[in-house]
Design a binder for this molecule. Structure first.
Ligand code: FES
Length: 125
């Protein structure tokens, strides 16, 4: 039986044009979607979103640095995560950062956040 994941949608922008005005290329911002902290960033390929919590010690990734548009480097121990896949890029044995997808609706741009009851656990791989 295939497990169906439930999502909740959070409106972040009125339109892609509004998103582009708010977030310049190379910029990041931290938003709350319900109780989840989400890191939203813009690179030349578009807009991406991931949990705003490093899986190592749960510090905010939004305080880190965007490297070469592809990786976000955690400010504390310098682990790096791919902004598209959430995978750690330097070979550390740690679970990926959760990434989220967008949906464009008639009234705005939404992020789809899985409705999971579990808390972020840095020791779950
Ligand atoms: S807390 Fe992010 S790398 Fe350690």
């Amino acid at each position: 039986m295939q497990e169906v994941e439930n999502f909740k949608k959070y409106k972040l922008f009125e339109s892609w044009a509004a998103a582009s005005r708010e977030l310049k290329p190379g910029a990041m911002l931290s938003k709350y979607c319900g109780l989840k902290k989400v890191l939203v960033l813009r690179i030349s390929e578009g807009f991406f979103a991931m949990e705003d919590a490093c899986p190592h010690k749960l510090v905010k990734l939004s305080k880190g640095e965007l490297i070469d548009e592809l990786e976000i480097e955690c400010y504390w121990h310098k682990y790096r995560f791919n902004v598209k896949t959430g995978e750690e890029c330097t070979g550390k044995n740690i679970r990926p950062v959760k990434t989220y997808s967008w949906s464009e609706e008639e009234d705005g741009i939404y992020l789809q956040i899985p409705e999971d009851a579990t808390q972020d656990d840095p020791f779950s791989f």
